[in-house]
Design a protein around this ligand. Structure first.
Ligand code: IVH
Length: 674
C-alpha cells in the first residue's frame, strides 16, 4: 500500500480550506464583492467535503459544509437574553422629532450627535460568537426570553460562521427577506395553492420559525447587524464606532448610515431616504435616530420598554384608494385558478397601479371584495400591489357578493377547491390554458430535453393549433414545423429527429415532464428507480408509495389522484402508441448488480476537465455503481479519474501509486460493466 497522507497534513488542509472558503463567502455575501468564480469555489468546497468524509473528526464547527445538514428540530428551546432586547418608541412627524430632540436636551448638558440608520423591516435577532466562532442565535421573543434558532440562522450565508478576529461578543440586528426573494416565494406559493405571506417581515419570521433549516437555506434570508451590546475586552465609545467595529469583524451592517449635528439635518436625511425607499433591495419602514455617544446614551437612559436616546421615525403607510372594475381569472400550469383585480388606475409608491393579485378565492371571500367596491391598496414588500380592505361605507346599496366561478375560464370543466388549499384548481389535464404551459415544461431541459425545442417554439406550435397535448409533439411533421416563424427545412428536419430521439428518454424524465403536482425531478427519479416502469407505478398502492424514503403523503396522494384521472390514462396510452419508452433506463444501484461492476466498493476521486460528463453527473453514476466518490486523494483512494489539466491531485496520486484512469479508459469500463 502506498504511503499515507498523514492525519496532520489532512488537518492542516481542512483548516486552510475552511478559512479560505469562509473568507470567499464573506467577500461574496457580506461585502458583495466576490473574488473567485463559483466553479473555483465549488472545487475547493468539494475538496473539503472529500477530506471531511475521510476524516470526520476534522470537521470544524465553522466549516461551510455545516451550514445546513442537521435534522429538523422538534421545537425551539428558550433562551434568556443577558440584556433585555428592547423596542423603540415611534415618531410620525417633524413635530414629534422636535419634541424628541428637546426631551434629550433636557436630559443632558453634554454635546452629542445623532446617527441615523435605516429601520429594516424584518425581525430582531441576537447573535453570539465565542472566540470568533458562531455559537448561538436567538429571536427577541418578549424581550427577556426568545427562541433558540441557531441552526436556522447558520443556514443564512451572510451570517459569518467565523469572525475576522477571535473575539467574544453579542451582536444584534435584523433578519430580513429581500424584496425579490419575497416576490418569488409568494409566486411559488400562489402556484402551489399555499397561502401567501403578507409582507417580507412575515415571510422572514415564518422561515426562521420553520423547524427545518433546509427551508431557511432555500429561502434566501439576509441580515444587517445594528448593535453590539457585548464585546469582551474592548471599550466602544459610540454607536458609529460599534458599527465600524462590526464591519471590521465581518458582520454585515447597512451602508446607509450618517451622523448629524441637528434634528433639522436628520429630517433632510429622512426625506432623502424616503425618495430612495422604493429602489432599495429590501423593505424598510422608517429611519432610526440614535444618540451616537454611548456616554450620553447612558446619561439619558431608558424607559421600561425602550431607550430614551433613540426613536424610530415611521414612514406614513403608502396606500391609495381606487375602485374595483373587474376580476380576471387565469390558469397556471398546474391548474391553479388565480384572481386578479382590475381597478381604476391610481398612483402608488412610485408607479401607476391598475391590477392587483387577489392571490386566491378564499381571500375574496375573507375580505368580501365585490365589483365596484372602493378599496384601499398598498404594495406588499414595496412591490406587489395588494388590496388591503374594502371601504364598506362607500359600498353601493345594490351590491352583491362576488360569484365565485365554478367552472374553468379556459376549458369549462368543473373547478375543485381542495381541502388543504386556498386555491381553486382545474383538474383537467387537457385544459388549453394549462396545455401551453405544460408543453413548455414537457420539452424543457430537465424533462424530455428536446434539443432546439424551446419555450418560444412550444408556445408557437400550441397557438397554431398544431398540438393540443404533449403527446401531439410526436406527431409533428417536418412540413408542419416549416410553417412556423424562422424554421427552414434543415432545422425542421433536425427538430423532428430530436423529437424522435427523445422517445428513448428514461422514465424519470417522462414522469417529471408530465407535470404531476409535487413531483419534481428528484421525486421523479426516485419513483422511476423504484418502480422501473410506468405500469408498475400506475398500479402502485398508497402504502407502497409512502413506504419509499424521500416521498411523503402529499406526493403519494398527488400521484394516485393523477393516475385515477381518465384524461391522464388516455394521455399515457397516446404516448405509448407513439412508442415512447416507459421504463427506467438509468443506472440502478442494487447490491447484487453492483457487486460485479468494476467500480463497486472503490473509493474514487475526480479531477480535471472531462469531455463527456459534468462532475456531478459522473459522481452520481459512479455512486449508483457502488463507488464512493471523495474530494481528495489519500491512501484510501483506489482510482483517480483524471480529465484534462489535472493538477495537484494527479501529482499526489502518482506519488501514492494510485490507479489513474483517463476518460477513454473510464468510458470503456462504463460500457463494459456499467
Ligand atoms: S435599534 C435598543 N436599529 O426595530 C434599541 N432597531 O421597533 C434596539 N430595527 O426591535 C433597536 N432596524 O428589530 C434598531 N437600525 C435599527 C433597526 C432596528 C430595525 C427593529 C428592531 C427593533 C424594532 C423596534
Amino acid at each position: 500500500m502506498a504511503e499515507s497522507i498523514s492525519f496532520e497534513e489532512a488537518k492542516q488542509r481542512v483548516e486552510e480550506l475552511t478559512d479560505q472558503l469562509n473568507e470567499y463567502s464573506y467577500q461574496y455575501y457580506v461585502l458583495d464583492n466576490p473574488t473567485i468564480s463559483d466553479s473555483e469555489y465549488d472545487t475547493l468546497y468539494q475538496e473539503l467535503v472529500g477530506l471531511e468524509e475521510t476524516y470526520p473528526r476534522l470537521v470544524q464547527s465553522d466549516s461551510p459544509t455545516q451550514r445546513v445538514g442537521g435534522p429538523a428540530l422538534a421545537g425551539f428551546e428558550k433562551v434568556t437574553h443577558d440584556q433585555q432586547m428592547l423596542s423603540l418608541d415611534n415618531a410620525f412627524s417633524l413635530d414629534e422629532l422636535k419634541a424628541f430632540d428637546e426631551r434629550i436636551k433636557r436630559l443632558t448638558n453634554h454635546s452629542f450627535h445623532y446617527i441615523c440608520e435605516l429601520k429594516i423591516d424584518g425581525l430582531a435577532i441576537s447573535l453570539r460568537y465565542e472566540n470568533g466562532k458562531y455559537i448561538q442565535a436567538a429571536t427577541r421573543g418578549d424581550g427577556t426570553t426568545g427562541e433558540n434558532v441557531t441552526p436556522n440562522v447558520r443556514a443564512i450565508k451572510a451570517v459569518p460562521l467565523k469572525l475576522q478576529e477571535p473575539v467574544n461578543l453579542e451582536a444584534r440586528g435584523e433578519i430580513y427577506m429581500p424584496k425579490a426573494s419575497f416576490k418569488k416565494l409568494n409566486e411559488e406559493r400562489d402556484e402551489s395553492g399555499e397561502a401567501v405571506f403578507a409582507n417580507p417581515r412575515n415571510a422572514a419570521a415564518g422561515t426562521l420559525r420553520n423547524l427545518d433549516p433546509k427551508i431557511t437555506a432555500q429561502r434566501n434570508l439576509n441580515i444587517f447587524l445594528y448593535s453590539l451590546p457585548v464585546i469582551e475586552g474592548e471599550t466602544i465609545d459610540a454607536q458609529s464606532e460599534a458599527l465600524n467595529r462590526m464591519e471590521q469583524l465581518g458582520l454585515k451592517t447597512n451602508p446607509e448610515k450618517k451622523i448629524f449635528q441637528s434634528i433639522e439635518e436628520v429630517w433632510d436625511f429622512i426625506k432623502e431616504i424616503q425618495e430612495k425607499r422604493n429602489d432599495l433591495a429590501y423593505e424598510i419602514d422608517g429611519v432610526v435616530i440614535k444618540v451616537d455617544e454611548l456616554s450620553v446614551q447612558d446619561e439619558i437612559g431608558y424607559t421600561v420598554k425602550a431607550p430614551r436616546w433613540a426613536i424610530a421615525y415611521k414612514f406614513p403607510a403608502e396606500e391609495a384608494k381606487t375602485t374595483i372594475r373587474g376580476i380576471e381569472w387565469s390558469v397556471g400550469r398546474t391548474g391553479t385558478v388565480t384572481p386578479t383585480a382590475v381597478m381604476d388606475p391610481v398612483h402608488l409608491a412610485g408607479t401607476t397601479v391598475q391590477r392587483a393579485s387577489l392571490h386566491n378565492v378564499d381571500l375574496i371571500k375573507e375580505k368580501d371584495i365585490r365589483l365596484n367596491d372602493k378599496v384601499f391598496i398598498h404594495k406588499a414588500g414595496d412591490i406587489i400591489p395588494e388590496v388591503i380592505r374594502v371601504d364598506f361605507s362607500e359600498r353601493p346599496a345594490e351590491s352583491s357578493p362576488y360569484p365565485i366561478p365554478t367552472h374553468c375560464p379556459a376549458c369549462n370543466s368543473e373547478l375543485v377547491h381542495l381541502e388543504d388549499e386556498v386555491a381553486l384548481r382545474c383538474m383537467n389535464p387537457k385544459c388549453p390554458a394549462q396545455a401551453a404551459e405544460k408543453l413548455v415544461h414537457f420539452v424543457s431541459r430537465n424533462a424530455m430535453n428536446i434539443d432546439g425545442f424551446g419555450e418560444k417554439l412550444a408556445l408557437q406550435v400550441y397557438e397554431k393549433e398544431l398540438v393540443q397535448d404533449v403527446a401531439d409533439i410526436y406527431g409533428l411533421t417536418k412540413e408542419q414545423l416549416m410553417q412556423l416563424d424562422k424554421i427552414a427545412e434543415k432545422s425542421a428536419a433536425k427538430l423532428v429527429e430530436a423529437v424522435e430521439d427523445s422517445k428513448k428518454q428514461s422514465l424519470e424524465r417522462l414522469l417529471f415532464g408530465l407535470g404531476i403536482r409535487h413531483v419534481g425531478s428528484k421525486a421523479a427519479r426516485i419513483l422511476a428507480e423504484r418502480f422501473e416502469t410506468m405500469e408498475n407505478l400506475q398500479t402502485a398502492s398508497k402504502e407502497e408509495l409512502i413506504a419509499i424514503e424521500g416521498l411523503g403523503d402529499t406526493i403519494a396522494e398527488s400521484i394516485l389522484a393523477f393516475f385515477e384521472l381518465e384524461e391522464a390514462q388516455q394521455l399515457i396510452r397516446k404516448l405509448q402508441a407513439y412508442n415512447l419508452n416507459m421504463a427506467y433506463t438509468g443506472p440502478k444501484f442494487s447490491e447484487e448488480k453492483a457487486e460485479d461492476t468494476f467500480f463497486n466498493g472503490k473509493t474514487i476521486v475526480l479531477t480535471g476537465k472531462l469531455e463527456h460528463f459534468s462532475r456531478p453527473e459522473l459522481k452520481e453514476r459512479l455512486i449508483l455503481l457502488g463507488a464512493k466518490v471523495t474530494g481528495s486523494v489519500s491512501t484510501k483512494t483506489d482510482i483517480l479519474i483524471a480529465g484534462e489539466d489535472a493538477g495537484s491531485k494527479m501529482k499526489k496520486a502518482q506519488e501514492l501509486a494510485i490507479h489513474i484512469m483517463n476518460e477513454e479508459e473510464l468510458l470503456d469500463e462504463l460500457d463494459r460493466k456499467g
